[in-house]
Design a protein around this ligand. Structure first.
Ligand code: PEP
Ligand code: MN
Length: 450
């Protein structure tokens, strides 16, 4: 492995082509796909391998209980929103506000990962969508096709992967600017949180906000003035779904002579593509980034062990995160066996909870939604199981936005089914809005302290 020749590495990155590849677009023109791949290969990396290594160390810490991970962002980013600095800033702001609340609860560093700067491709349960007797390919994310229900828009267009690359670059640039350029100053972020608790619906979190205030004032009085209070590290992530894109973005790192996927710091494999003998697992087995795999309620210990054998055979810490998404009603019965079966293997994994995807429902008026109480309950179940077993709850994975959308039911403002239509903007899954996200952070913060 140490001195594997470059051509062999590149061959290994193409091996997925011989394997079953689920949820790939039916690209109409293979030559065009190849051309796009060549173009992307000629472009600079979006992230550097050394940053991915640093994140791997942070995720290792979370696996040992020395840090906590917050991963959040849209279900699907869109090209339209990618040109709105205000929307990107609101999302970053929301993640930073949540992080400060969680830092206080955990008394641990919070590792911040955006589902941002590349979350442009979606697996769909049905490859076709039918409306009024017309059947067209389903929307698979802006990196594949358009959302409008017309034949022109729905035909997959490989050129969209080029667009996704450039939009990822501009989003990442904003993330780096905002988190490094003073916007992330901890006292400022905390001021925003105080604004939130002044709202009568969230009064119950005021005491905690005051406690955080006290802690910050204490640090300042004691002369604790670390650059960490003014800048933060925020990493990027997305589902590694589009094999052509992910392969083209994988490069050999000059320092280590090993391949890294340079489209994001952290990549994950979705519940629908985690087949251990499939293309997605094979491709990510060859890159050195920290990676995640979503595990839904049908996952077995055997599945998870085989994923470990393939994705982290040597048991490198921080390399592999299992993101469980069982559903609030199932997590307490399903998760314990899975965690025990993996823990007894001895090779480390980091456990995160995605309390969104197992709790999707259809409202009586047809909207795809989730209940805030189910989201909170799944996180609580996740903590209960890990604490009961003496294992480590390492982080949360949330679909959220910084805007005041109305997509998820409940929360202290008691968002109701009738209100969903007011501002339902997501193109795929429902997201917590800005205030629901902060409320969740306060609740999780309490769980971390208990
Ligand atoms: C997602 O994260 O948007 C998603 C599709 O999740 P999962 O693979 O867990 O269903
Ligand atoms: Mn989703």
């Amino acid at each position: 492995m140490e001195s594997q020749p470059v051509h062999e590495i590149y061959q290994s990155l193409e091996r997925w082509r011989e394997l079953p590849a689920k949820h790939q677009p039916a690209w109409p023109d293979a030559d065009k796909v190849r051309g796009v791949g060549d173009y992307l290969r000629s472009m600079p990396p979006l992230v550097f391998a050394g940053e991915a290594d640093t994140l791997k160390e942070e995720i290792a810490k979370a696996g040992r209980g020395e840090a906590f991970i917050l991963q959040g962002g849209d279900c699907a980013e869109t090209f339209v929103d990618s040109v709105s600095a205000a929307r990107i800033r609101a999302k970053i702001q929301t993640i930073l506000q949540m992080a400060i609340i969680l830092t206080y609860g955990a008394a641990l560093p919070v590792v911040k990962i955006g589902r941002m700067a590349g979350q442009y491709a979606k697996p769909r349960s049905n490859p076709l969508e039918t409306r009024d007797g017309v059947e067209l390919p389903s929307y698979m994310g802006d990196a594949v096709n358009g959302h409008d229900f017309t034949p022109e828009q729905r035909i997959p267009d490989p050129q969209r992967m080029v667009d996704a690359y450039h939009r990822s670059a501009t989003t990442l640039n904003l993330i780096r600017a905002f988190t490094g350029g003073g916007f992330a100053d901890m006292s400022k972020v905390h001021e925003w949180n105080k604004g939130f608790t002044e709202n009568p619906a969230y009064k119950k979190y005021e005491k905690m906000a005051e406690d955080i205030d006290w802690a910050l004032r204490f640090m300042s009085a004691a002369g604790i003035d670390s650059p960490n209070l003014r800048t933060v590290d925020m990493y990027s992530s997305h589902e590694a779904l589009l094999l052509e894109y992910e392969t083209a973005m994988t490069r050999i790192d000059q320092r280590t002579s090993k391949p890294y996927n340079t489209s994001a710091h952290f990549l994950w494999i979705g519940e629908r593509t985690r087949d251990v003998d499939g293309a997605h697992v094979d491709l990510l087995s060859h890159v050195r980034n920290p990676i995640g795999v979503k595990l839904g309620p049908t996952s077995t210990v055997d599945d998870a062990r085989r994923l470990m054998d393939k994705l982290n055979p040597d048991g490198e810490e921080g390399r592999l995160t299992f993101i469980t998404r069982m559903g609030a009603s199932k997590i307490r019965s399903i998760l314990p066996d899975l965690v025990e079966g993996i823990t007894s293997d001895g090779r480390p994994v980091t456990w995160m909870t995605d309390p969104m995807h197992g709790n999707t429902i259809t409202a009586s008026n047809g909207y795809k939604t989730r209940r805030m109480e189910d989201v909170v309950d799944e996180v609580r179940g996740f903590f209960d199981v890990h604490i009961g077993l003496g294992t480590v709850p390492g982080g949360v994975h949330i679909e959220l936005t910084g805007d005041s959308v109305t997509e998820v039911l409940g929360g202290s403002e008691e968002l109701s089914e009738e209100i969903l239509s007011q501002r339902y903007e997501t193109l795929v899954d429902p997201r917590l809005n800005h205030r629901q996200s902060l409320e969740l952070a306060f609740l999780v913060s309490q769980m971390l302290r208990d």
